[in-house]
Design a protein around this ligand. Structure first.
Ligand code: HPA
Ligand code: ZN
Length: 346
């Protein structure tokens, strides 16, 4: 790893904000701010069980993943038209650009929408158009990762895949999200095997609340290229060795882990431990509208809480490009710009 010159603690937040970075773990439905939820509810005549933006925001007190998912799926119910999906993704991509996110791979949950009668093409066309415009107007490259909801059946995932196949050129990869405990990766062995044959990149949430065993099966059964979250891996020394040896990236989401009570506070978060063990950890926002911050908030709050320095900042940003699914030339370009930012930083 390129050696980085020391940076004074009071200058570190500026460097964290300025450095170019990729975001690899963002659920686009989790970027829906309460204001936009209310605006879309009004536009579409959808009832939501909250009287005001403030009342909705005050419901964001979560005790675990499921307590969040219940509100997250309710929030997504206001999304009806292609323009709604465009507006949601556009709002996120504008914030990403402000945070110097230069590349992002967006998760979306089509089953949440198709179950309500919204067509797959409505979802994908709206999101895709926002990605195209982001490249041209914001200088942010963005692509889509379709996630299966693991609390539903594998048969349901196969049906969703079938509906998405006419748009396969607009989809970079396949992921697995929603309630983890009791829904291990191997429940989706056959559908991931099919997605692999079809040439999609593969990722899965594992080891967020679930045990290290789920990370093992995400790797060995689903054959994923990255692990989303993966923080529980530190409980299994052999798994840590495997992740380091194979340079399997973990898309860690510190503010999410804090808000869903995976760690009691950011000072107790194991990001530093993962980096010290040689793992390709990255920092991401997960569901920024619900967890109190976008990329730069995740970086600055995490660094403020723990023993992390400019070298860690560089490693995390560099890992984000190396773990992304862009081609080698684009990786090189982004890493050259990252190097130049660190070089020029005073
Ligand atoms: N975990 C699982 N499913 C999700 C998450 C998460 O953090 N966010 C949105 N869907
Ligand atoms: Zn997630």
């Amino acid at each position: 790893m390129t050696p980085v010159k020391p940076v004074a603690a009071d200058r570190l937040p500026a460097l964290l904000r300025q450095m170019p970075k990729a975001e690899l773990h963002i659920h686009i439905e989790g970027s829906l701010e309460p204001e936009l939820i209310f605006a879309l509810a009004r536009r579409n005549g959808v009832q939501i069980p909250y009287a005001s933006v403030d009342e909705l925001r005050s419901a964001y007190a979560f005790t675990n993943l499921q307590s969040f998912l219940d509100i997250y799926y309710a929030g997504a119910s206001v999304l009806i038209t292609e323009q709604d999906f465009y507006d949601m993704a556009r709002a996120y991509l504008v914030k990403a650009a402000q945070d110097n996110v230069v590349h992002t791979e967006l998760f979306f949950d089509p089953q949440t929408h198709t179950a309500r009668g919204v067509r797959m093409e409505t979802v994908i066309n709206g999101l895709h158009r926002a990605c195209v415009d982001a490249q041209a107007e914001l200088g942010v490259s963005a692509s889509l990762i379709l996630c299966f909801l693991r609390h539903l059946s594998e048969e349901d995932a196969f049906a969703s895949l079938e509906q998405a196949l006419p748009f396969r050129d607009l989809i970079l990869g396949i992921g697995l999200d929603s309630g983890e405990v009791g829904n291990p990766p191997e429940k989706f062995a056959r559908v991931f095997a099919r997605c692999r044959e079809l040439g999609f990149h593969l990722v899965a949430h594992a080891g967020e609340e679930g045990p290290p065993a789920y990370v093992w099966t995400a790797l060995d059964v689903l054959k994923v290229e990255r692990i989303d979250h993966g923080v529980q891996s530190s409980k299994d020394a052999l798994l840590m060795q495997r992740l380091a040896r194979d340079r399997i990236a973990l898309t860690v989401c510190p503010l999410s882990n804090l808000k869903l009570c995976v760690f009691p506070d950011l000072a107790s978060h194991n990001l530093r431990q993962l980096l010290d063990a040689g793992l390709a950890a990255t920092v991401n926002s997960d569901d920024p509208a619900y967890f109190g911050g976008y990329m730069n908030e995740n970086f600055t709050q995490t660094f403020a809480a723990g023993p992390l320095n400019a070298q860690h900042a560089y490693t995390l940003a560099r890992n984000s490009f190396e773990a992304s699914f862009i081609d080698d030339a684009a990786k090189r370009r982004h890493i050259d710009r990252l190097d130049a930012t660190f070089e020029a930083f005073q």
